[in-house]
Design a protein around this ligand. Structure first.
Ligand SMILES: [Zn+2]
Length: 534
């Protein structure tokens, strides 16, 4: 093992741009002569810390190869050859999620100093095998890997994919398929948008009407479901094995029509909202103490279900017309010495932030909450910058000024629901291709706001389901453009040219096909005549 590491360190000076097609691109990679051939007699040997990753890897390898690879603890192993070895290395330079992967003719070695590192090393190894490895069916492929050495670690600790299950419901199996793909792309936060005007999708035992009424307020066929607490626990556990935290979003005080149809007493006027489309000014009342109790009850159950350090509380697009008219909201503004309704939303955010701080959590809110100056915010509030189309970098700058942590996730160009060409209400100015996503993402273009700013914890990408993006339409929007996002989140160092990236990406199409992803076109040239987004 030591010999390998030393060899590798000697090679580190040679930054190689070879034909290694792993995506996201590893930090350093060097090719060498020869092939390793995975066979039925290959052993998978692991140290104690790598047990889970090794078990996961064997499961992944056994199905398509039809082998029954043996799993062995390193301590019980004497003769090591023709093996994949996962071993601990005491290297600070790998950081919290990094790994070294060395493939030689007589074996493969994955070195890391923690479980996430082992897991990502396994993910890279799978990408080196033929595409059939992504299929569940047994294949007679020759399982060979060209020899190489990789040292890799992520650019950002926060790498999220958001799915809007509020406007449209998706089945739990679909969510799991996305978790698998996220893991392939080394993304580690599944931001699950669980509530919307068009649907409340999370079972809350104390308030059963949230789902018995709130999950059925919209008309569509796929707008009638919700996730039981048992289903949620199952998804959280599934994600954990893939080193993904599930970060739930309960969007308040706006985008809450579904909840307020179920419990109108928590709105300002005490009346159920008439519309669930778009977003309305029917908000949770920011002046009523009973609203805060209701919120705390809900977030208590949310925290029991989701061990994530981060809880998202939404806060976007909350027009204040009702708050302006509401005697209780106005009373609260006066009592608290606030200037206006915008400041009342900061107060509302701080109340929830303090409550969740007691539970050891950080809270995330969309940038809307800080687009205007106002009172200080709690330290545990993270600002999720999104509205580049409307406010450019206003929220980002304000969050930096306030010294809050920040997630970069601008609607230009990380909202993958914007299709490649116009569809439904997505006009020409709400479309983009892979090249634009790769080259023009504002949060990538401005290094003064990203790598060089310690407040920025990472980047996100989203799939919103507005305008009736149903489950079967999601793959063709997300894939393959999500690869460009993953590359920006993970790859440490300068991005390669778009042409190089695109060439590499195309080698992944057979993998997506094998994994039964109904991916769409990345560029206009790839679009068949009459291609349909629905
Ligand atoms: Zn009110």
């Amino acid at each position: 093992m030591k010999k390998l590491v030393i060899t590798f360190l000697a090679l580190m000076g040679l930054v190689c741009k070879a034909e290694i097609n792993i995506l996201p691109t590893p930090e350093f990679a060097v090719e060498s002569e020869g092939l390793f051939i995975l066979s039925k007699s290959t052993a998978v040997i692991h140290c104690d810390q790598a047990k889970d990753s090794a078990t996961w890897l064997v499961k992944k390898l056994n199905k398509p190869t039809g082998y029954k690879l043996k799993l062995q603890n390193k301590q019980n192993t004497k003769n090591i050859s023709n093996a994949i070895i996962l071993d601990y290395v005491d290297s600070e330079s790998l950081g919290a999620e990094g790994y070294i992967l060395a493939v030689e003719q007589n074996g493969v070695m994955i070195l890391a100093n923690n479980e996430a590192g082992f897991f990502y090393g396994c993910q890279s190894l799978l990408q080196l095998l033929p595409a059939e490895i992504c299929d569940e069916q047994k294949s007679d492929t020759k399982w060979e890997i060209a020899c190489l050495t990789i040292k890799d670690r992520p650019r950002f600790p926060w790498r999220s994919f958001m799915l809007d299950s509020g406007r449209q419901y998706q089945k739990p199996e679909f969510i799991k398929k996305y978790l698998d793909q996220m893991a392939t792309l080394k993304m580690n936060k599944f931001h699950w948008h669980l509530t919307e005007g068009q649907g409340w999708r999370i079972e809350i035992k104390k308030y059963p009407k949230l789902t018995s009424i709130g999950s059925k307020v919209a008309q569509g066929k796929e707008q009638q479901g919700f996730y039981t607490q048992e289903q949620i626990k199952d998804i959280v556990a599934y994600a954990k094995k893939l080193h993904i935290d599930v970060v739930p979003e309960i969007d308040v005080p706006g985008h809450s029509e579904a909840a307020l149809i179920a419990y109108p007493e928590y709105s300002c006027m005490g009346k159920a909202p008439k519309s669930v489309m778009g977003f309305t000014s029917v908000l949770f009342c920011g002046g009523n103490e009973k609203t805060y109790q209701f919120m705390e009850d809900i977030f208590t159950e949310v925290c029991e279900l989701f061990p994530s350090e981060y809880i998202h509380i939404g806060g976007d697009e909350a027009p204040k017309a009702d708050w302006k008219k509401c005697p209780q909201c106005q009373k609260k503004i006066k009592e608290q010495g606030l200037k206006n309704e915008h400041e009342l939303q900061i107060y509302f955010t701080n109340r929830l932030a303090r409550f969740l701080h007691q539970k050891g959590r950080k809270v995330i809110c969309w940038g809307d909450v800080v687009t205007m100056p106002g009172p200080a915010m709690e330290k545990n509030v993270v600002v999720h910058w999104w509205n580049y189309r409307g406010h450019k970098d206003k929220a980002l700058k304000e969050a930096i000024r306030r010294n809050q942590e920040i997630i970069c996730n601008t609607n230009y160009y990380s909202y993958l629901n914007f299709p490649l060409t116009p569809w439904n209400q997505y006009r020409q100015n709400r479309t983009f291709d892979l090249k634009t996503c790769y080259e023009k993402n504002p949060s990538y273009l401005k290094p003064e706001y990203t790598d060089k700013h310690e407040n920025i914890i990472g980047m996100g990408t989203c799939l919103w389901t507005d305008w009736f993006v149903q489950e079967y339409m999601i793959d063709r929007r997300v894939f393959p453009r999500i690869y460009a996002m993953a590359e920006q989140m993970w790859h440490k160092g300068k991005l390669t040219s778009f042409d190089d990236f695109y060439k590499k990406l195309k080698t992944h199409y057979p993998r997506l096909k094998a994994a039964k992803i109904d991916y769409g076109p990345a560029m206009i040239d790839e679009m068949s005549k009459g291609y349909k987004w629905d």
